[in-house]
Design a protein around this ligand. Structure first.
Ligand code: HEC
Ligand code: HEC
Length: 430
């Protein structure tokens, strides 16, 4: 009887999921700190508290790190948004022209940190327990490829995570066909940390280096804050470290901090439009120009998530009703393009990916001079544009597009002043 009831319940649930999954509806969009339905209100508040939480040495902060809290870099106009904070990435090329991660000597050259392009801007020591230990990373002279990367918005990322890999591949194929090979976004497979051996099309980060928000959470916890977790159990350096790994432990609710971060992001609503501005004639005309100039080829307006009940992230995450079959408007394709701004830094392929290393290395090398098309939703909240934050006006950002976007750049330049202003008004409404 019990089994029968269970089966019945599962069947009903399945039917509900299918029913909910077949009717695409608009993803909720608002800057109101509320959940999109993925987590209940109480759970979302708990997750928000952990996302905002400030970590200290006894929690495992560092030994080297960039900031004490996710919120320090993801905060405007609310937690989960963005900030002006940038990070430092460096590297160099070998004699064959291949990108090589830096070897960064610390502690007077006694220890070398290798295998990542990130340089951490802060360190926990010297401190009372380690008064003579000096471990601050600094860029070695040899690393002549140097770039800054701005923080990104995380709001609405649960919808991005639930876009099928096939959609991203189709967009890449369509662009390439319609422009006769001029614009061909690259979709790169990246490992899903919580599903060992499984891969997904990358979509998060300036290099589209992650497919899963849980994977990104573990990566950020380690590389931004120096906190090890079950998915990233190894410290970048053991110097000055006195907290046992993994530092992020599972709590009474069965969740570790990385699970809370992922649930927080998955439960955020999409960045909303400035509806008042969007309804003006200028913004509407600008919106048409955005399409006719060709911006929307890469800054893709609309995408849809998988039906509820679909397993993604190598089977590690089943998309619930709150995120399934939702239509949303990212104004980005999450693919990698060469628009002449590539920072020269490739996604590192770790040796421990084993035999896949040989297969993936050439593809990863392609990422060196390509950047992910950033979604323009919420771009009105950004003061410093492009990956390095050095373009300070929308016009500057547009004029920096070359390479695959050269034609669109010229079409923008050829617009009458009035039309240019209308296109910029449209961007300000996003
Ligand atoms: C010191 C600043 C800083 C801190 C702290 C920080 N981030 Fe980030 N975050 C960034 C930057 C910079 C990027 C873009 C990185 C890149 O692609 O190179 C980013 C990107 C991301 C992305 C990708 C978003 C997208 O849509 O592409 C996610 C997800 C993310 N961070 C989550 C987190 C979480 C969770 C935490 C806390 C554990 C955190 N971050 C802490 C600076 C920070
Ligand atoms: C070939 C694809 C492509 C086309 C076409 C394209 N873009 Fe972009 N866009 C990108 C990429 C890639 C970046 C990120 C470049 C970087 O950060 O170095 C970008 C960045 C931007 C940014 C900065 C966003 C931010 O968050 O910093 C704006 C604004 C922008 N594009 C607007 C436009 C407009 C307007 C057009 C049409 C005139 C256009 N783009 C055409 C790919 C494209």
């Amino acid at each position: 009887m019990r089994t029968f009831l269970c089966t019945l319940a599962l069947l009903v649930l399945g039917l509900l999921l299918i029913a909910a999954g077949s009717e695409p509806e608009e993803a909720p969009a608002a800057f109101d700190n509320a959940s999109n339905g993925f987590a209940d209100t109480a759970a979302h508040q708990v997750d928000l508290g952990i996302f905002d939480g400030v970590e200290v040495i006894s929690d495992g902060l560092g030994p080297i790190y960039n900031a004490q809290s996710c919120r320090e870099c993801h905060q405007s106009p609310q937690s989960g948004g963005l900030s002006q904070v940038t990070e430092l990435r460096v590297g160099h090329r070998d004699h064959k022209g291949k990108f090589v991660n830096p070897s960064v000597p610390i502690a007077n050259g006694t220890v070398v940190i290798a295998g990542r392009s990130l340089i951490n801007d802060r360190a926990i020591c010297p401190n009372g327990s380690f008064p003579d230990q000096e471990i601050q990373e600094r860029v070695p002279e040899t690393e002549n490829i140097r770039t800054l990367r701005t923080s990104l918005n995380l709001l609405g990322d649960g919808f991005v995570e639930a876009v099928p890999d096939a959609t991203l591949n189709e967009i890449a194929t369509r662009q390439c066909r319609e422009t006769k090979g001029r614009i061909c976004g690259k979709a790169i497979s990246v490992p899903v940390l919580e599903a060992p051996g499984k891969y997904g099309i990358g979509r998060f980060g300036w290099k589209a280096q992650h497919a899963s928000l849980l994977s990104f959470s573990a990566d950020a916890y380690l590389n931004e804050m120096g906190i090890t977790s079950r998915l990233q159990p190894d410290e970048v350096t053991s110097l000055c470290d006195s907290v046992k790994d993994p530092e992020d432990k599972t709590g009474d609710d069965g969740l570790a901090d990385i699970d809370h971060f992922a649930r927080f992001m998955r439960a955020t609503k999409a960045p909303p439009r400035d509806t008042k501005l969007a309804e003006t004639d200028d913004a509407k005309k600008g919106s048409e120009l955005f399409d006719s100039v060709g911006c929307a080829r890469c800054h893709v307006r609309t995408m849809q998530t998988v039906p509820a009940g679909t397993q993604i992230n190598g089977g590690a995450f089943t998309v619930p009703i709150a995120l399934g079959a939702k239509t949303f408007h990212p104004f980005g394709d999450f693919l990698l393009h060469d628009v002449g701004t590539g920072d020269g830094i490739a996604i590192p392929v770790e040796e421990h990916y084993g035999k896949l290393y040989r297969e993936m290395q050439p593809k990863y090398e392609l990422t060196a001079n390509r950047m992910r098309t950033p979604p323009l939703w919420g771009v009105r909240t950004r003061s410093r544009l492009m990956h390095d934050g050095t373009s300070l006006t929308f016009t500057d950002a547009i004029l920096r597009h070359r390479g695959e976007a050269s034609v669109e750049r010229l079409k923008f330049i050829a617009l009458k002043d009035r039309s240019k202003q209308q296109l910029l008004t449209f961007l300000r409404s996003l």
